[in-house]
Design a protein around this ligand. Structure first.
Ligand code: GRF
Length: 182
C-alpha cells in the first residue's frame, strides 16, 4: 500500500469481523511513511512496516520486502494501491500468491488513471478487477470483476468513488474465495 488504504482497510475489517474466515492480516507494508493507511492499520492492531526505496534499485527494495514477508510466513500478498511495479524476482518468490485490484474491467484501461481512461473512451460500463500479478502490468489471471455503470454526468471523481465502493466488495470476495480454496 502506498496511500489512502481504503482497500487495505476493507480487507483488514473483513478478516477481523470473520467475513473472511480462517485468516489473519500479518502485516501491512508501505513504501511511503506518510501513507494515511498506515495509521488505519495500526488503529486496527495490525503490524505495519515502512520499507522505503531510498535510491536503491527496484530489485534491492523488493528483496527487502520479500525477506520481511517470508520471515513473517505470509501466504498471500495483497497489493492495495501499491504504486510500484514489482520485480520479476519478487513475483517469482510468491508464485500465484500475489494479487492486485485495478479500477477497470481488465484487460481494458491498464495503467494509471483507469477511471479517466474509461470516461475518455466513452464506455457505458466499467468496473474493477481483482487479478493475480504476473510480470506484466495489470495483466495476470482474473479472479473476479464487478461492473459499474458510467453515468452521463460522471467526472473522474464521481466515477472513481462508485468504483471504489465496488472494489472493497470485490477484494473481500476474492480473498475469501482464495482462502476457502487453499
Ligand atoms: C484503488 O483505486 C485501486 O484500485 C488502485 O489504487 C487505488 C487505491 O486506493 N490500485 P486505496 O488506497 O485502496 O484507497
Amino acid at each position: 500500500m502506498s496511500g489512502r488504504g481504503s482497500n487495505m482497510t476493507a480487507l483488514v475489517d473483513a478478516v477481523q469481523s470473520g467475513e473472511i474466515p480462517a485468516s489473519e492480516v500479518v502485516v501491512v507494508i508501505s513504501d511511503n511513511a506518510e501513507a494515511a493507511g498506515l495509521e488505519k492499520a495500526r488503529a486496527r492492531g495490525v503490524e505495519t512496516l515502512v520499507i522505503k526505496r531510498r535510491g536503491r534499485s527496484r530489485e534491492e527494495h523488493d528483496a527487502d520486502i520479500a525477506d520481511e514477508l517470508q520471515k513473517l510466513g505470509v501466504e498471500l500478498v495483497c497489493l492495495a494501491g501499491y504504486m510500484r511495479i514489482l520485480s520479476p524476482e519478487f513475483i517469482a518468490a510468491f508464485p500465484n500468491r500475489i494479487i492486485n485490484i485495478h479500477p477497470s474491467l481488465l484487460p481494458d484501461f491498464k495503467g494509471i488513471d483507469a477511471q479517466r481512461q474509461a470516461l475518455e473512451a466513452g464506455v457505458r460500463t466499467t468496473g474493477c478487477t481483482v487479478h493475480y500479478v504476473d510480470e506484466h502490468l495489470d495483466n495476470g489471471d482474473i479472479i473476479l470483476q464487478r461492473e459499474v455503470e458510467v453515468l452521463p454526468d460522471d467526472d473522474a471523481e464521481s466515477l472513481s468513488g462508485r468504483i471504489l465502493k465496488q472494489e472493497h466488495i470485490a477484494y473481500v470476495e476474492a480473498v475469501r474465495k482464495i482462502v476457502a480454496d487453499s
